[in-house]
Design a protein. Structure first.
Lengths: 255, 480
């Protein structure tokens, strides 16, 4: 069942515009002519077989990967090799990784306050307060003084989400956030993501959690061999896929 | 279909069998489990008992601890059977300070006392420091004034003031923020630092004396540098700052003299354990930061930076330390223009520091390689710049991983300092060897070497244990 659409309003304000984007790893053409516009408040789920370039595509949005052709404009800033622009974009784009990538030498609270203090120059006290607020939102305020190594996978991923939120991002990117988790922990992470979607956050999520896609996404994108093959509303996408490759993929994952 | 097997009650936890735990379990498993092991245990105990007894008899029970001159250690027939420790006692001052003038040796003691005072807060809790530091500083300053006089006490006060008095300063927050306009922020700070240095120079020149103008000017500049950059930092950051910028100045003027009413002592008079500690200390202090820079450089994406780093590391790792020292003392002066002359000790210090920096760079690089790519990506995705990423995320983890390697290099460096003997500097080993050839003390080489080995062992073992403690303290994961 879909979340209340009224509270997840999509605007006509473009947040991310990708035009004719190509990327190569050496000779290997990983992304081919990607065109995608994401509006403010939109929630997009990207799926596709492994090696289809979905992770690479969202990593281009905060320049963890460089694209060689075409343009990417994030919140009005074009991503080029200009470091200043990259820093500006990265400040506005949060990212959650498959393997959490928490900083193991810092406590949970320090993980959360690091970027606000050093990048946003926030006073430590304010950063601590904000961090506790987000830890409450992901329902683990009691773990603030622990180290990441002492938490379960699900807890770590929720910390990672809170860490990104501490920078007050305009966009959140999720790169297979639940693929490294044990089955019983997937739900706690997805719940946090659903809550986040309700706040109107612009989200792009690479995931194979089709339940999540149905509940939250307003568009599903299917990628294969570096191309966007199909782009549709979730209901249509799952029940009436247009392309043969999509049909094959869905038949493989939906059993 | 087979019937399902279901267990309804939980099994209770039982204690382990007797033979597995406790002192008997240990003895049985490790020493007496089979007849062969019983025999090996008996043989092993006999040999080690004999060895320990022989050593103790030579060095402790039969040894001569008091008396005058070599004769006190001789048997009636004139033989030396047991250890003669009065040799060490008679030459102890020389072993510690070399040929440093007798009347000035307190300056060396004092410099190490300063170091201990500066480092002490590392071992104390921040809270305790805040509450008790005023009292502690007053007591220490009074004692030092009584022991060493007003000049050194002033120096001490200055040193203590740097870390403790200024932890709460907010000067840097008054100046224009550097992140709004980096250029203006930088220019204002630079102007303030240079200005403070100049004011210190002029004032010291006018009030204290010409000789004091330069050191006080520099110290004023460094202090101000700390004031404007380290606002939010805690006590520990101040200590690091103090050790890097303030202490070397204080120590230099204490050891060399020429200012603050201290007599000039040339470096050729330095020696003994003091010289060993100076060479090893500077080597350790300088090689780590330089090594880190070159380790980062070697992994840089910029070809020029990488090439320079690789060239530096491979050059210094490719030559033996003895060659480095020899070149620095014999060849380098040939290339310098007439009249330009570095101090021989300084040249050796630079040689040792660069040499160990190359090793350090490779150790640190090993640590950097062990950090998963995800850490870089997470830090980058949060908007941290290169230096922030390295300082806050990558290096703390990488250095922690390679603590054993770093300390290994430190210990190696500490022992390699004995090689300065070949360029005519008398470190602890050198001066002990020289003393053992004294006709008045012939036959004392064993005692000298045992003593030297023991001193080196204390320092190296200390470093090793301290590094293990640090490793445990920094451990943040599960204890498995």
């Amino acid at each position: 069942m879909a979340v209340q659409p009224a509270r997840m309003k999509v605007t006509n304000e473009p947040m991310i515009e990708i035009n004719g984007m190509h990327k190569w790893y050496g000779d290997f053409h990983v992304l081919k002519d990607i065109n995608l516009t994401v509006m403010k408040g939109e929630r997009i789920v990207v799926c596709g077989p492994s090696g289809s370039g979905k992770s690479t595509m969202i990593r281009c949005i905060n320049r963890l990967e460089e694209h060689q052709r075409g343009t990417i404009i994030v919140d009005g800033i074009e991503l080029t090799s200009d470091l200043k622009h990259i820093d500006q974009v990265r400040r506005e784009v949060g990212m959650v990784f498959q393997h959490f990538n928490l900083f193991p030498h810092l406590t949970v609270l320090e993980n959360l306050t690091l970027a606000p203090i050093w990048v946003r120059k926030m006073p430590k006290k304010d950063a601590d307060e904000a961090a506790m607020k987000y830890l409450e939102r992901v329902k683990i305020p009691e773990q603030a003084s622990k180290y990441p190594g002492q938490l379960s996978g699900g807890q770590q991923q929720r910390v990672a989400i809170a860490r990104s939120l501490c920078m007050n991002p305009k966009i959140m990117l999720f790169d297979e956030p639940t693929s490294a988790l044990d089955p019983e922990m997937i739900k706690e992470v997805l719940d946090v993501m659903v809550d986040l979607a309700k706040t109107g956050m612009t989200m792009i999520c690479v995931t194979h959690e089709m339940g999540f896609a149905r509940t939250v996404a307003n568009r599903v994108i299917f990628m294969d061999e570096g191309e966007i093959i199909e782009e549709n509303e979730p209901e249509e996408f799952f029940h009436h896929p247009k392309s043969d490759r999509t049909k094959l993929f869905l038949s493989q994952i939906l059993h | 279909m087979a019937e399902a097997i279901v267990k309804h009650e939980r099994h209770v936890d039982l204690p382990p069998p007797k033979s597995e735990v406790g002192i008997y379990g240990w003895l049985y498993h490790n020493l007496f489990s089979t007849w062969l092991n019983v025999i090996l245990t008996v043989i092993g105990l006999t040999i080690s008992g004999w060895a320990i007894w022989t050593i103790l008899d030579f060095a402790v029970f039969g040894a001569v601890w008091t008396g005058e001159g070599r004769e006190a250690c001789q048997t009636e027939s004139g033989a030396l059977i047991h250890a003669c420790w009065i040799f060490i006692g008679a030459r102890f001052g020389q072993f510690m300070y070399g040929f440093y003038p007798l009347a000035e040796r307190w300056r060396v003691d004092f410099s190490f006392l300063l170091l201990a005072l500066a480092v002490a807060p590392v071992f104390l809790r921040d809270e305790w420091i805040r509450k008790k530091i005023g009292l502690a500083v007053a007591v220490v300053a009074t004692l030092l004034t009584l022991a060493y006089g007003v000049g050194p006490a002033a120096l001490t006060a200055f040193m203590m003031f740097a870390p403790y008095g200024l932890v709460y300063n907010r000067l840097g927050t008054i100046l224009p923020r550097s992140d709004d306009n980096a250029l203006i922020g930088f220019a204002v700070r630079l102007a303030v630092i240079v200005g403070a240095g100049a004011v210190g120079y002029v004032l010291a020149g006018a009030i204290v004396g010409d000789a004091e103008a330069t050191p006080i000017g520099w110290m004023a500049a460094f202090m101000t540098f700390g004031l404007v950059t380290l606002n939010r930092a805690g006590v520990k950051a101040w200590i690091v700052f103090l050790l890097i910028f303030i202490y070397p100045f204080a120590a230099f003027y204490l050891w060399v003299g020429t200012a603050f009413g201290l007599e000039y002592v040339e470096t050729s008079l330095w020696g003994g354990l003091f010289l060993t500690l100076v060479v090893a200390g500077t080597g350790i202090a300088v090689s780590l930061p330089i090594g880190i820079v070159f380790a980062l450089g070697r992994r840089s994406h910029m070809p020029a930076v990488r090439t320079v780093s690789v060239a530096f590391i491979e050059f210094w790792r490719g030559v033996p330390l003895i060659t480095v020292l020899f070149m620095s003392s014999v060849m380098l002066p040939l290339f310098l223009p007439e009249g330009v002359n570095f101090d021989k000790l300084l040249r050796a210090l630079i040689g040792v520091a660069l040499f160990s920096a190359a090793y350090m760079a490779e150790v640190v690089r090993g640590g950097l390689q062990a950090i998963p790519k995800g850490q870089y990506e997470a830090a980058g995705a949060m908007g941290l710049g290169y230096w922030q990423m390295m300082r806050l995320i990558i290096l703390p983890q990488a250095l922690k991983l390679v603590i054993p390697g770093i300390v290994n290099t430190f210990i190696g460096l500490f022992k390699d300092t004995t090689l300065v003997l070949i360029i005519g500097l008398f470190d602890l080993l050198g001066i002990v060897q020289a003393a053992a050839t004294d006709p008045k003390w012939l036959g004392m080489a064993v005692e000298g070497y045992v003593f030297t080995a023991f001193v080196f062992w204390i320092f190296c073992f200390g470093m090793s244990r301290y590094s293990m403690y640090i490793e445990r303290k920094l451990h943040t994961g599960h204890h498995r």
